[in-house]
Design a binder for this molecule. Structure first.
Ligand code: GLN
Length: 225
């Protein structure tokens, strides 16, 4: 008997700037085939994309300079699943506050985010956040000069908020269809539950597109007898 086993989803990490290695490791641990993405040809070969933490102004400039901005916009518009952490959240946002006038984003996520929202006193901090869709104890959220979500559109689901302290109640994790974003950096903690959530989302999106036994991204299913 021959059984078709779907190969792992191929998930890229936008590798222009930021903590790419940590995301590659977390995605691999969560069962994906993870690879860096720098060029449009590489983008065309993935089933999903992570946009890492880093510096969104620099990342956006590099994306434009390397001819990646339009391909990224087209891919997200076309339904490519994407997960952005911190600067990656800013890159996915449709609107950004406290950004340089010329800051561009990929967009797609109907939210307004505020850059460096937590202010100087709490530039970086760590806190426990309960996340919808993530089973078990709250996630240990690491915030580093992080944005928060100031406004959400009607299609956006709030997954998590700051619990306690001066920023109590601020939205720090959202999902809209195939797009997920967190203000914090799960890739720095060794807890792969957020990446697992994204890998499962990518698997589901791929199954929707190609049928459960088929692989996307030009990677064949493994056949086992
Ligand atoms: N403050 C950074 C920005 O605006 C984000 C910081 C981060 O990704 N840790 O892009």
């Amino acid at each position: 008997m021959t059984t078709l086993v779907a190969s792992p989803p191929v998930i890229g990490v936008l590798a222009l700037q930021g903590d790419v290695r940590e995301h590659l490791a977390a995605l691999t641990a969560a069962g994906a085939e993870a690879r860096p993405v720098r060029r449009p040809e590489e983008l065309a070969e993935v089933d999903g994309l992570v946009i890492p933490g880093g510096e969104s102004t620099t990342m956006a400039k590099l994306a434009a300079r390397f001819g990646m901005l339009e391909p990224l916009r087209a891919a997200v518009r076309g339904g490519l699943p994407a997960y952005g952490s911190c600067a990656g959240m800013i890159m996915l946002a449709d609107a950004v506050l406290d950004a340089p006038d010329d800051q561009v984003t990929i967009g797609g996520l109907d939210v307004t985010v505020r850059r460096n929202a937590f202010g100087r006193q709490v530039d970086s901090f760590e806190s426990a956040v309960h996340l919808a869709g993530v089973p078990g104890p709250p996630v240990h959220a690491v915030f580093i000069r992080a944005p928060w979500v100031e406004e959400t559109g009607p299609e956006v689901e709030v997954l998590g908020r700051v619990e306690g302290g001066p920023a109590d109640g601020k939205i720090v994790a959202v999902r809209q269809g195939r797009l997920v974003a967190t203000s914090f950096h799960p890739e720095l903690t060794g807890d792969i539950r957020v990446h697992t959530l994204f890998v499962e989302l990518v698997r589901a999106a791929r199954a929707q597109q190609f049928g459960p036994g088929d692989a996307g991204a030009g990677v064949g299913s493994e056949e086992i007898s």
